[in-house]
Design a protein around this ligand. Structure first.
Ligand code: NG6
Ligand code: CA
Length: 519
């Protein structure tokens, strides 16, 4: 079995090259085959960018991107945490239709199954070269907890449509702290075999809990779970042993993923490509490269935003240098809303100095309030879209797959991308009709419905404030909540009892969406 897998994976790139050679698909000018780069930030809030009103941190590259395209003011991630949000983007299926899409550990098996039709499959079917670079957080390897990190993983992103991947299995705060390149640990160090467990520590290995003196780069927030294995002087969730020279240094993560992205773009400058580029910024542990330190005046979280902006600038410059910017779509957004203390003592809250990470919205990452899922979105396509536009259209990331598929003329196998609608006109600014509603998923699986004028949050149990983060609201309430979003009122006063019919209508939207999954 193992042998044949290896043989196939070695031959695959040749076969792919041969196929592209035969097809001779060119991208540089064909408007039906633009390159597509999704830049997905992690935990970047609606208010964290200059072009969305941030004052304490400068983001000149992202601001320029916005000025050359469309800046959207009412776009929603599908969930207020990473794994479900990303699952939905890549499959066009709401994550809540599946039980196993909550925040994944670093040893999760592949959550998207090889038989599912993904956004990468979709691009590949139209002659694109496809890649995933940076944060993954959707599991890798055949089965949870069984991966042998010292050999090729028997299931990887090449099984779900990606020709190339250079990824972090989960998050920077979860082991294993190594990059995976095409199904293998990158820079593998045979002298330091890798062992990973989310159940128990390996004998003799220090932990953040028992050896806090070894946390020389960042201290964990007490009681937060980031006190297990220590890598690079930072406590992580989960236990790992070994790794040697394959272990990442947090301060080099942005450089590393950006340089791999640039190499991918260069290698594919003459053919259409799709790149799913996911930064580690601004997720915890926030530990940007020293050259970004002190640039924001807001400490490590602000400096991580500066680092994110730098990475965006690097990609823009690469496209310019290669002369392919005109026919490349850049779609920039975030996987969920912002959070301050998310497990490390990085003073994110203390140093805000009036900065509002979620902009005007109430709530934050995890939350059922808008701050959980209201995210920035910028679309730039110089050859096709006039710059300097702002769109107030209500949109959801769930529609990216069908919309981009429509653009490139992809056909969808029956049952694929079941929740994604073709709303290409919204993305290109030619149709400003609001999505009738968007659905939002909070960390505790509580769901909300947003229309352009109203917000309904279904009743749910649970604390009103996150246990580990002072001041961070969850939006949970055992009563139904209805808020007006008209005239920038945001979510201040629950008016559910005054509008029973409206509450009923919103509940009906939810009920019908859920029923669709029973079919
Ligand atoms: C939470 C972690 C948080 C972060 C999050 C995932 C605790 C208390 N908190 O469980 O630090 O890692 O998971 O973030 O452990 S996400 O953006 O990838 O969804
Ligand atoms: Ca996230």
């Amino acid at each position: 079995m193992k042998k044949s897998y290896l043989a196939i994976s070695l031959l695959a790139p040749l076969a792919v090259q041969a196929a592209y050679g035969a097809k001779k698909v060119k991208t540089t000018t064909d408007p039906n085959r633009p390159n597509v780069i999704i830049i997905l930030a992690d935990d970047l809030g609606y208010g964290d960018l200059g072009c969305y009103g941030a004052k304490n941190v400068k983001t000149p590259n992202v601001d320029r991107l916005a000025s050359q395209g469309i800046r959207f003011t009412d776009t929603h991630a599908i969930a207020a945490t990473s794994t479900p949000s990303r699952y939905s983007i890549l499959t066009g299926e709401y994550a809540w239709r599946r039980e196993d899409t909550d925040i994944a550990p670093g040893d999760a098996g592949m959550i998207i199954r090889p038989e599912q039709y993904t956004m990468a499959d979709m691009f590949r079917s139209q002659g694109y070269r496809t890649s995933a670079i940076g944060k993954w957080h959707l599991g890798i390897g055949a089965k949870t907890g069984t991966q042998d990190w010292n050999a090729p993983l028997p299931a990887s992103l090449s099984d779900i449509g990606f020709d190339y991947h250079y990824i972090m299995a989960a998050t920077a705060d979860r082991v294993p702290c190594v990059f995976i390149e095409d199904g293998n640990v990158a820079n593998y160090d045979p002298s330091a075999p890798i062992h990973v467990s989310y159940k128990k520590n390996f004998p003799g290995e220090p932990t953040g809990k028992n050896n806090p003196e070894l946390l020389y780069n960042l201290k964990s927030t007490p009681g937060c779970g980031h006190d297990q294995s220590i890598v690079n002087g930072i406590g992580r969730i989960g236990y790992m042993k070994g790794g040697g020279k394959a272990l990442w240094k947090d301060e080099d993560i942005a450089d590393s993923i950006t340089s791999h992205a640039i190499n991918f773009i260069k290698a594919n400058k003459n053919n259409p490509f799709f790149m799913y580029f996911c930064t580690n910024d601004v997720h915890v542990p926030r530990f940007p490269h020293p050259r970004f330190r002190g640039q924001s005046g807001m400490g490590l979280r602000g400096d991580a935003i500066v680092q994110f902006d730098w990475a965006v600038g690097q990609l823009m410059e690469t496209l310019d240098k290669l002369g392919i910017a005109d026919n490349t779509i850049i779609l920039l957004s975030s996987d969920n809303g912002p959070v301050l203390d998310d497990g490390y003592q990085d003073q994110a809250a203390e140093l805000l100095n009036g900065h509002k990470p979620a902009g005007p919205w109430r709530g934050n990452k995890y939350s059922a309030y808008e701050g959980g899922t209201a995210v920035p979105m910028i679309v730039r396509w110089p050859g096709k879209i006039k710059g300097g536009q702002t769109s107030t259209t209500l949109t959801s990331q769930i529609d990216w797959m069908a919309s981009l598929g429509n653009l490139i003329g992809a056909r969808f196998p029956k049952g694929s991308a079941p929740d994604s609608e073709n709303r290409l006109g919204n993305l290109l600014g030619t149709d400003n009709t609001h999505r009738p509603y968007v659905l939002e998923l909070a960390y505790n699986r509580c769901m909300s419905v947003r229309t352009s004028e109203w917000k309904y949050i279904e009743p749910s149990d649970g604390p009103k404030i996150l246990d580990w983060a002072p001041g961070m609201e969850t939006g949970s309430d055992q009563q139904p909540q209805l808020y007006s979003i008209k005239n920038n009122v945001w979510e201040k006063e629950n008016v559910a009892t005054q509008h029973p019919q409206l509450v009923y209508d919103m509940q009906n939207i939810l009920r019908k969406a859920r029923q669709k999954s029973d079919k």
